[in-house]
Design a protein around this ligand. Structure first.
Ligand SMILES: *[C@@H]1O[C@H](CO)[C@@H](O)[C@H](O)[C@H]1NC(C)=O
Ligand SMILES: *[C@@H]1O[C@H](CO)[C@@H](O)[C@H](O)[C@H]1NC(C)=O
Ligand SMILES: *[C@@H]1O[C@H](CO)[C@@H](O)[C@H](O)[C@H]1NC(C)=O
Ligand SMILES: *[C@@H]1O[C@H](CO)[C@@H](O)[C@H](O)[C@H]1NC(C)=O
Ligand SMILES: *[C@@H]1O[C@H](CO)[C@@H](O)[C@H](O)[C@H]1NC(C)=O
Ligand SMILES: *[C@@H]1O[C@H](CO)[C@@H](O)[C@H](O)[C@H]1NC(C)=O
Length: 846
């Protein structure tokens, strides 16, 4: 039934439509959100009176709305424009046409609006902090619900099978405990199955890491007051790179002073001009958006000790005590010690006698002296020391005391002899010294023979006694602010010495040795001389001789000489001082010995010297043959050499002599003769060998003097040339012959005494022109000594020593002036008896 009705309606409609028809073009559209579309409503087969449009909600659309406009184009059409389509705009729009007579007709258009997927809330980048449960946000908006998946590095994160990755119900991606390695690009992808639509958004996931910071050194040491700089450094990690700031004891350190300097990233802070106040706890704070962390550094500032306080003190002698104080600063706290000129005192020490006590508290040390003595005065050094250094400063203790006097109380002199009475004064402050005699201040007109010399430490009263009255007491008085002290000095008349005593007489044939005891009393002044007197017993006149007291007192013996043999003598001795000749000893007698003859030869032994080529020959005295040995004569040569060295004299008091500058590893023999008044002994012989040359000294075996062979040859040549010239000159003047003479004759026409040239050519001239006046000149040349060269190398010392050092004979310590005769035998030219100048004069006059 219903179907029949519809069919009828359709028929009716179709019947009418034959006349007038209404269409909307297009009649079906899909519009994207935001698009704009227009639709035309067209009437065919007639005219339309009105054309209306109705919205899907059935409301009539008025002509001019914001997003929708209706324009009636002509009699048969109207256009509906929809701008910026919104989802709400979807639905069936109806175009209703009213006609004249035909009634209303209508057509519709179904506007279907669909929406592309859009990402509403999917910012990029999204930042998280490492470790947190991160949720990556992505809202996909669409009309139909899309399915969303997340991709990372091209793979679905779900397929990663990493439980940390979860796509939440709202399609957000949760990454639990996000790590730095999770960072990267994530793709949020939406799909709508119905439409096959895909939309995606790449989201940058950033993982921030909270800073971690470490101090490079947790303690930094620095020294104060040296202009030093200290560097504190922290190393920080984190993402983004953290910024580092610094605090000291909780207070922010500003960047703007000269005191601090920071590196660009703030990781190092330099503190300039370190002083004690810079010590403290420093903190470096590293900070980024993920968080902050800090590390602390202790800056320890050490300070070298510095003595900050000392004080000079003044004390009085016998004061009970005085305390010297010394303060020192420094870190670590310095320990203080004290030093005096004579000793070191460490802190907290008590000296043995308890007079000095040192006590220290922290930076202060005090040194207490008890029962002050004047010798305590002086410099006290206070020394502060700690592990990094020390400082010291001196302070001075003055001790004031009354004068103290010293000096020999009894002073001896004799009339007319000036003497000083010495009054030594110790005083602080210094004292004024005055002298008195019988209550009268000196000097005075009554005592004109007195002078006073003053030095800071002593006063000398110089007295020249004229008479007995000048002897006696003198009073030295010293006064200073503290007190006065006086002392009596006695000027005592000196006496002549008492008699010495003769202990023993040792007679020889012509001399006698007398041993004696010094006088018991010197008379107050030193003994200057001894006087011995002797005479042949029974005869009248005393012979006498003075002996120097110093020399005589070495052995307490003197020797009387010039006696006759086998004669009885009486002898006595007296001592002499400044005052005069003392008492004579009792007379002693002795008889001289008969003449016996020459002494026996001494015995010899020797010790090679440390240098290996010198020797000390010891002389062991033997019988003197009845009269004292006058001296010894020695000579030596290399073994097998033809010639002996010149004789050298050794005084009889010596018990040894030394030979020096010998050749290495050479055998020598020494011959020594003792001589007394009667004559010479037989020679004593001694042979020895010098050591091998040490390898360290490079020199030829023949270079006895340590010179190279070349040098010796050179010296020999020079000496030879000089000798030739000397010989020639000598000959010229003496004999009018020689090379010079030839030149002179040839050039100047002088006539030469040709007869004497022969002698010179022989190299030896010894003659006397005039028996009485002419000198005898003995000339020895190199040629004459040639045999020595042939004799062997070992003769070197004999030659080189005199040649190179003609003034120095091998004897040294035992030489006395009288021995120079022996020493100078080395030179090759001898003038006897006159010297060369006389010779020249004589000759040039002739
Ligand atoms: C700083 O000084 C202390 C004490 O002298 C010492 O123990 C420490 O090793 C020093 N530290 C450095 C880094 O020099
Ligand atoms: C102590 O005395 C000395 C000289 O006697 C002087 O050089 C020094 O300056 C004095 N010291 C003080 C602290 O007065
Ligand atoms: C005191 O100590 C110093 C340094 O240790 C030393 O050189 C000096 O000889 C000492 N002086 C005395 C009198 O001991
Ligand atoms: C006494 O002492 C003074 C000063 O030292 C000196 O000049 C003088 O020569 C001395 N007199 C005698 C006799 O020694
Ligand atoms: C010198 O001595 C005489 C007699 O003792 C005395 O009266 C006189 O005052 C003395 N002169 C001086 C200057 O002291
Ligand atoms: C030395 O002379 C002074 C001053 O006249 C006097 O006070 C003192 O007692 C005398 N001293 C002696 C030991 O006579």
């Amino acid at each position: 039934m219903l179907q029949t009705q519809e069919l009828i309606w359709t028929w009716l409609l179709l019947g009418t439509a034959v006349c007038i028809q209404v269409t909307v073009v297009p009649s079906q559209v899909d519009v994207d959100v935001g698009e704009s579309k227009f639709f035309s409503c067209q009437v065919t087969g007639g005219e339309a009176k009105d054309i209306f449009w109705f919205s899907p909600s059935g409301e009539k659309i008025s002509a001019n709305q914001q997003e929708i406009s209706i324009v009636r184009n002509d009699e048969v059409s109207s256009t509906l424009s929809i701008y910026n389509v919104d989802i709400d705009d979807a639905g069936i729009y109806k175009c209703v046409v009213t006609t004249e007579g035909e009634g209303e007709m209508e057509a519709t258009v179904n506007v279907q609006i669909y929406q592309k997927m859009v990402f509403r809330n999917a910012p990029s980048p999204q930042e998280f902090t490492e470790g947190e449960d991160a949720v990556v946000v992505c809202d996909v908006v669409s009309v139909q619900t899309p399915s969303v998946m997340w991709k990372h590095k091209g793979r679905d994160v779900v397929l990663k099978k990493d439980v940390r990755f979860v796509v939440l119900a709202n399609n957000y991606l949760q990454i639990r405990g996000i790590k730095k390695t999770d960072e990267g690009m994530y793709r949020c992808e939406g799909r709508i199955q119905a439409r096959g639509e895909i939309a995606f958004k790449d989201i940058q996931v950033v993982v921030n890491v909270a800073p971690s910071v470490r101090a490079r050194q947790t303690t930094v040491n620095a020294t104060a007051n040296l202009g030093e700089a200290a560097v504190l450094a922290c190393d920080a990690d984190g993402f983004p790179d953290p910024e580092i700031s610094w605090t000291k004891d909780g207070e922010m350190i500003e960047d703007d002073s000269d005191k601090y300097k920071f590196t660009e990233d703030g990781s190092e802070m330099t503190i300039f001009n370190i002083d004690k106040s810079d010590e403290g706890d420093y903190t470096c704070i590293a900070e980024n958006k993920a968080g902050e962390q800090e590390a602390s550094i202790l800056l320890k500032v050490y300070a070298k000790p510095k003595i900050t306080y000392v004080e000079n003190k003044t004390a009085m002698e016998l004061e009970e005590q005085i305390t010297l104080t010394c303060e020192a600063s420094g870190d670590p706290t310095p320990s203080i010690t004290w030093r005096m000129a004579t000793r070191n005192i460490s802190s907290d020490e008590k000296t043995l006698d308890g007079r000095i006590v040192v006590s220290s508290h922290a930076r202060v040390s005090s040194l207490t002296l008890n029962d002050i003595q004047y010798t305590d005065a002086g410099e006290y050094l206070c020394i502060g020391s700690n592990t990094i250094g020390q400082d010291s400063q001196a302070m001075y203790l003055e001790v004031q005391y009354a004068p103290k006097l010293q000096g020999p109380v009894a002073v001896y002199t004799w009339e007319g002899n000036a003497v000083n009475i010495t009054c030594e004064v110790f005083a602080y402050p210094s004292a004024v010294v005055s002298w008195f005699r019988d209550g009268q201040a000196l000097p005075s007109s009554n005592y004109s023979n007195i002078k006073i010399y003053s030095t800071p430490s002593a006063s000398f009263l110089e007295v020249v006694p004229d008479s007995e009255n000048d002897f006696g007491n003198y009073n030295c008085t010293a006064v200073n602010r503290i007190g006065q002290e006086s002392s009596e000095f006695i000027l005592v008349p000196a006496d002549t010495p008492s008699s010495p005593s003769i202990l023993k007489l040792e007679p020889y044939s012509s001399s006698a040795k007398m041993e004696f005891d010094e006088p018991d009393a010197t008379g107050g002044v030193p003994i200057l001389k001894y006087r011995a007197e002797w005479k042949v017993l029974g005869e009248g006149e005393w012979s006498s001789r003075m002996y120097d007291a110093k020399e005589a007192s070495i052995e307490n013996a003197i020797t009387i000489v010039g006696l006759k043999p086998e004669t009885v003598y009486a002898v006595r001795l007296s001592a002499i001082n400044g005052k005069g000749l003392g008492e004579y000893s009792p007379v002693s007698e002795f008889k001289t010995e008969p003449v016996q003859g020459e002494p026996s030869a001494p015995k010899l032994d020797g010790q090679i010297g440390e240098d290996g080529k010198s020797i000390r020959i010891n002389l062991i005295k033997q019988d003197d043959g009845g009269s004292p040995i006058r001296h010894y004569l020695y000579t030596y040569r290399a073994k097998n050499a033809l010639e002996w060295s010149p004789e050298t004299r050794v005084p009889s008091v010596s018990n040894h002599f030394t030979l020096k500058s010998l050749a290495w590893n050479a055998e020598y023999e020494v011959s020594v003769i003792a001589e007394n008044l009667q004559g010479k002994s037989k020679p004593a012989r001694f042979t020895f060998k010098t050591l091998f040359e040490p390898t360290a000294i490079p020199a030829g075996p023949s270079s006895g003097s340590g010179l190279g062979t070349g040098a010796i040859v050179g010296i020999l040549i020079i000496v030879f040339v000089i000798l030739l010239v000397v010989v020639d000159v000598t000959c010229y003047f003496l004999n009018k012959c020689g090379l010079l003479m030839c030149i002179a004759v040839n050039l100047c026409g002088k006539s030469g005494p040709g007869a004497k040239g022969k002698d010179i050519e022989e190299g030896k001239a010894a003659f006397s022109k005039d028996e009485s006046k002419e000198p005898i000149v003995e000339v020895r040349t190199e040629e004459e000594r040639t045999p020595n060269h042939d004799g062997g190398n070992q003769t070197e010392p004999n030659e080189t020593t005199p040649l190179t050092e003609p003034e120095k004979a091998p004897v040294e310590e035992n030489s006395k002036p009288e021995d120079t005769e022996a020493k100078t035998t080395a030179p090759e030219v001898k003038t006897i008896p006159n010297n060369a100048t006389q010779t020249n004069e004589n000759e040039s006059k002739a």
